[in-house]
Structures are given as C-alpha cells and as structure tokens.
Design a protein around this ligand. Structure first.
Ligand code: ADP
Ligand code: MG
Length: 506
C-alpha cells in the first residue's frame, strides 16, 4: 500500500451534518481518504452513504462540518468545483447523455480549449487514450453511448473522470449493475487506478468485495461514523457486520407480555418465492405477536414483506389472513384482507408529501369519508385526530403539511393510517429508520401496544438488537433464505451474527 501514516490524508471530512426535512441524514460524519487507497464506505440502507458522497461531490451543501484537501480547507460551491478539485463521481444511476457520443460525453462541460480547428480530432485522441488506460480499447469514441452496455457506460464515466485528472474517484455501488466477469474487470481497473495514485471511495454492501479490493473501511450507521479507518486485513467480517447492525445508543424496550395460549394465527405465509430475491419463505404470526426479520441488505427481507402485501407478485407460495387466501400481487386485496404496510422508503412509498397529516392518515380509509365523489373533510380530520391522539402525536400537528414533520412523527402518522383502517396485520419495514433518537422509544411503545390490542405485527429491521428487544419471535434471513426462526428470548446478538455469517457463506 503506497500510503504513509504520518502524511496528511489527501481528503478529510470532519463532523459533516446534513439535514433533510424530517431526517438527519448525516449527524457528524468523519472520513479520511489517502492517495492510492481503496477506501470502502460501508453501511446498511439509509446509513447516509449516498448523502455523504453527494456532499463530497458538491451536489449537496452540508449544514455544517468541513472538508480538507491535503490539509487545506476546501469549499465546494457545486458539482463543478468538486470536479475542478479532482473529485469525480461514478454514480449508481449512470448519468451519461443518451443522444451524444462517447467522446462528447467524456468532454461534456469541459470541451478542449484548443479553439476550433482540430478540436474534434484531439478530443477523440484523448478519449481513446483514456479508454486504453482503462483497458477498453474496443469502445469507439464516436459511438452513441446509449448503444453501449451498462458495464461499458460505466467505463465511459470513468474515462470522463480521468479526463478531469481526478485524484479521488467515488464509486457508488458500481458492481450492482455488473455480472461476475465484469466485476472482475472492474477490480483489475480499480487496482490500476490505485497504482497510479488515484484514491477510490468504494461504496458497496457486499462484504466479500470489500475483502477483495479494499484497503480501509469507514462504517456508517444512522448518519454517524461507527467505525473509521479500519484496515481490511485486520478487521474480521464479523466485526463489520456487528458495526453495521449494532446500535450506538441503548434503548428501553417495552416489556413483552406472554402471548395468550389460545391466540389465533392471523397471518400465514407458506412457501413464498420470487426468483433471485427469496426462496421458500414460510412463517406464521399470531394475534398479539411481533415477529422480527433480521438480516443484511440484500437478504430479501423487504422483498418478502412487499410480496406479502401484494406490492410484488409471488412466483410461488400463498399468503393467508385469518385462514383465507389473499389474492397474489394485489395491494387492494391485501388491504381488504386487513393488512397494512409501513414501507422502508416512507417518503417515496407512503406519504402524500404536500398533504396535511390528517389526509395522510385518512387515505387508506377514504371510502368511509367519501360520498358521491366528495370527501368529508371534517369527518376525516376528526377520525384521524382520534388515532393520532392514541399514538400521542402532539396536538396541532394534524393539520400541518406532513413533509415538515420530524421523521418520528411521520412514522407515527403512517401507523395511525392503519390504526384508523383497523388492520389485523401490520407490516413494518425499518420502522425506526430516519426516526430521531428521542422518538424511537415512542415508536416501540406504539408497536407493542398495537400487538397487545390483537394486531399481528411483522417488523423488518437492520438492527439486531431492535429485533431481539422488541419482537417475540425472530426470523433471520441470509441470501434470500430463512436460516433461523424461533423465540427471541435468550438469543444474543452474537447468535444472530453467527447465523447471518453462516447463511451468507452458504
Ligand atoms: P444510503 O446511501 O446509506 O442508503 P442515504 O444517504 O441515501 O443512505 O440516506 C440517508 C437518510 O437520508 C435516509 O433516511 C434517507 O431516507 C434520507 N434521505 C436521503 N436523501 C434524502 C432527500 N433528498 N430528502 C429527504 N431525505 C433523504
Ligand atoms: Mg445509497
């Protein structure tokens, strides 16, 4: 490794904070990157990885914190100033311009200054040189980019980075769109870039990739750096999983009352499968019970609950509510059968962002408030307020536009929606993601109270301790399969880590 510990890192980020309405995406993040290293940024969904690199690439202004370049304070006024500094980003969704050629894309926005005559030939020559350096001489600079494969487009993005003489190249989940052979090619390339002194910030949640190409690792969780500057060669995988799934603060969980022996089975999932996502998943949930699903990103947990809810169509298997089969692939049928879902991406999937809270609560029960095409606003407001009181949303919030609420209060509103609807099965995907620390205990209390009132609850969580602390039973998933199912009583975080590791290796 061409790094030297006494040297000032090429890049330092200190105490970076970035808040979006309702969520603190970054809450004081540190990151050090040295020239010529592959620095991996690791963390579960929502940990803040993409936000951090958007700050570094000038796309977002941080609320506070500083960035230093070779020790000097760096002010990024926008994406162009990051690029000018030598920070290039290969985005997850490639951002090439469809109608333009490879060469035009590479030099888009910084056309050669050699005005006029011969410019085109010069550009083509330079692009060809970059592509050669990247080991892809077969890509023709005059070809339209939309005709290239995803892997080749990624190479074009990198050629563009080289054209800017980037010294830091940020790659956000670059392997996600590649097949294994292409991944091998990408790794060769990363090694070459590294040899030439380029620092790579590599984002991935695939631990085996990090072991293969990473030098150091920074682990993020809930917008906080929970592991910094860990040497890959000295950090066992178990430690990394622990950092990603562990928790930074202790919470009190509500007591778990015993489930009545005669409590009936409300939800039955039997042999549910979707190709490439999850296989043969079966479990049951009784009235009053909370079942938690633990596992890493990519284990298939969200896909399972979305399929149970009918938002995805099962390839095989059945879902029953109170003994009756629910039509496959139909959210309408799932809601009619008494199911509710609080999804992982609240903002994108669950909220009517520009509507007041009460409308967001009433939306699943609209038929109750609508006659002949009119919505009875008053009735809706009154009913919603009653449910919001029940979950202790502070009075006066019910008329506010929901996007202005804190993450915790937004989550409470989504739960209130299903309360109002009177659901029998509540599916919660990462219920405390983006929820302010103070409001977490409230959310736990609400979930437990719902169970006590007879609802069957399924909760997906990336925090092992949350599953063990809140749920009555735990399901552990790895690589799309259920690798364990049983009571949470007496199970330790370490036990679950072992199960995840063994399942991942299988
Ligand atoms: P990661 O890339 O690690 O999955 P992100 O940086 O995308 O995490 O997200 C961190 C948190 O910030 C999440 O809770 C996410 O929902 C929230 N978030 C990210 N971008 C925005 C945005 N533009 N507006 C509001 N919230 C956002
Ligand atoms: Mg991301």
């Amino acid at each position: 490794m061409p790094t030297d510990d006494v040297d000032v890192p090429l890049l330092q980020m200190r105490n970076v904070v970035k808040t979006f309405p309702g969520v603190k995406a970054l809450d004081g993040v540190d990151l050090d990157v040295r020239a010529g290293e592959v620095h991996c940024l690791l963390g579960q969904n929502g940990a803040g990885k993409s936000t951090l690199i958007k700050v570094l690439s000038g796309a977002y202004h941080p609320d506070s914190g500083e960035i230093r370049w070779e020790g000097e304070l760096l002010h990024l006024s926008g994406p162009q100033s990051a690029v000018a500094q030598g920070i290039a980003t290969i985005y997850q969704e490639l951002d090439l311009v469809g109608g333009l050629s490879v060469a035009e894309n590479v030099y888009l926005g910084h056309e050669q200054s050699t005005a006029g005559f011969g410019r085109r030939t010069l550009t083509t020559k330079l692009v060809r040189a970059h592509l050669l350096r990247l080991g892809h001489p077969e890509i023709d600079p005059s070809m339209e980019v939309s005709r290239l494969s995803a892997a080749q487009q990624q190479i074009v993005s990198m050629a563009r980075a080289l054209s800017y003489e980037a010294r830091v190249m940020i790659m956000d989940e670059p392997s996600a769109i590649l097949d294994p052979e292409e991944v091998a090619g990408l790794f060769r390339l990363i090694n070459e870039l590294k040899q030439s002194g380029v620092a790579i910030i590599y984002i991935s949640h695939r631990l085996e990739e990090i072991q293969r190409i990473g030098d150091r690792i920074t682990v993020l969780k809930d917008g906080v750096t929970v592991g910094s500057d860990l040497k890959v060669s000295e950090t066992p995988t178990r430690e990394l999983i622990k950092l990603m799934t562990g928790r930074s603060i202790e919470y009190a969980f509500p007591v778990r009352p015993a489930i009545p022996a005669d409590a009936s089975v409300v939800l039955e999932v039997d042999g549910l499968s979707r190709p490439h996502e999850f296989f043969d998943v079966s479990f049951t949930v009784r009235a009053g019970e909370i079942v938690g699903i633990a596992g890493l990103v990519g284990a298939g947990r969200s896909e399972v609950v979305e399929t149970v809810f009918g938002a995805r169509r099962a390839h095989r298997g059945t879902v029953r509510v109170q003994g009756r089969a629910v039509r496959n692939g139909s959210v309408v049928a799932a809601v009619r059968a008494g199911m509710g879902l609080c999804p992982e991406e609240r903002k994108a999937q669950a909220l009517l962002l520009q509507e007041p809270v009460y409308r967001n609560v009433g939306i699943a029960s609209l038929t109750r408030f609508a006659t002949a095409g009119f919505t009875h606003d008053r009735a809706e407001l009154r009913a919603a307020t009653r449910e919001l009181d029940a979950i202790q949303l502070p009075r006066g919030q019910e008329r506010r536009i929901i996007s202005g609420l804190s993450g915790g209060n937004q989550q409470k509103s989504v739960v209130a929606r299903w309360l109002l609807r009177g659901c029998k099965v509540l599916l919660l995907d990462e219920p405390t993601r983006g929820v302010d620390v103070g409001a977490r205990s409230d959310i736990y209390r609400i979930i437990r109270d719902l169970a006590i009132s007879g609802v069957a609850v399924v909760m997906v969580s990336s925090e092992i301790e949350e599953v063990l602390g809140l749920a009555d039973r735990a399901i552990v998933m790895a690589e799309g399969r259920v690798v364990h199912e049983g009571p949470t009583e007496g199970v330790t975080e370490r036990d679950v880590l072992d199960l995840i590791m063994r399942g991942d290796a299988a």
